[in-house]
Design a protein around this ligand. Structure first.
Ligand SMILES: [Zn+2]
Length: 318
């Protein structure tokens, strides 16, 4: 399988081919010759923590895990160097909405530090899958580089509206969850054992609705703290992007349903994966149009970043 040396496969926009080549070269340079000093703001530099040997091992493992997946689907692979991964201390992390970020323009990934290794692992898989997705940048009106495509997600040519990002996140985290649950890396084994022990010990615990609190496959990790008086606190960590994963799950289930088994689950997954990892949205677009009528793919895309609207559109499909 071919190997990529940056996350950008294409440069678009109304600049000359020479300028496009120059932009590609700049991005490749940012990938290969990446350093915190060059690409982090002075503010972030203060909060970047040195990676522990264990975190360096995790980066190696997650590269292998995600490359094995890409290879199994015949997509090009990519090794993300540890220098391109920045671990930021929790007090220096400013985005409350997410604990990880991939920036195509600097060719780097930032992760909020966490003492729970399972969480770091999930974040690394998620952001590495973004970085290993199909990528394109565009030259904006002033000739500057701007984001254009990242997996399924696409900006319009003005760089203002972002399409299909929620479905992209839903697909990426669904896949991250799958890869993480099937991964037997030693870094995870201690926490897995602890999680199983907590599940057994507190199997009677219920949530505010009276349902078993720990019997849910959406729980990534749980720990317990017992107070001296015998009462206990459970700390439950769930896989993120629940609404986005739900949108992806309902859409794929409906495609399967309306086609009455003529399209397999694997074919549906592959149509999404092709869109994400090769950038080719044709199969997915056709599949959605053939299933629910002309214009549906566009309607889904135009929900933009409004997840409620996307859920409503998908909920009404038949
Ligand atoms: Zn993401």
């Amino acid at each position: 399988m071919p190997e990529r040396f940056s996350s950008i496969d294409k440069v678009v926009g109304s600049v000359s081919d020479d300028e496009k080549d120059q932009m590609s070269a700049i991005i490749e340079d940012r990938f290969r010759d990446h350093s915190s000093e060059k690409f982090l703001s002075s503010e972030l530099l203060k909060y970047e923590v040195e990676k522990t040997p264990e975190q360096l091992d995790m980066i190696r493992s997650v590269n292998e895990l995600t490359n094995n997946f890409l290879e199994s689907m015949s997509y090009p692979t990519m090794d993300i160097p540890p220098d391109n991964v920045h671990i930021i201390s929790s007090e220096g992390w400013s985005n409350p909405e997410t604990d990880g970020k991939f920036s195509p323009l600097i060719q780097g990934v930032a992760i909020k530090d966490n003492e729970i290794k399972t969480i770091i692992f999930d974040k690394l898989i998620h952001e590495f899958l973004h970085m290993k997705s199909y990528g394109a940048i565009q030259a904006d009106q002033e000739g500057f580089m701007a984001e254009y495509r990242m997996g399924l997600a696409a900006f319009d040519r003005n760089g203002e509206k972002l399409y299909l990002n929620n479905l992209s996140e839903g697909f990426i985290e669904t896949l991250a969850k799958q890869l993480l649950s099937n991964c037997n890396d030693v870094a995870l084994s201690e926490e897995r054992d602890q999680f199983v022990a907590v599940k057994q010990k507190f199997s009677y615990a219920t949530d505010e609705n009276g349902k078993p609190a720990l019997d849910d496959d959406d729980i990534m990790y749980a720990s317990a703290y017992r107070h001296p008086d015998g009462s206990f606190d459970l700390s439950i960590i769930e896989y993120p992007y629940q609404a986005e994963r739900y949108a992806f799950q309902i859409l794929t289930a409906k495609i399967f349903q309306v086609n009455e088994g003529k399209i397999s689950q694997e074919e549906i997954f592959a149509a999404f994966a092709d869109g994400v990892f090769t950038g080719n949205l044709l199969t997915l677009g056709k599949m959605i149009e053939n299933s629910f009528g002309k214009g549906t793919f566009r309607k889904i895309a135009e929900a933009g970043e409004d997840i409620e609207k996307l859920l409503e559109i998908i909920g009404n499909l038949k």
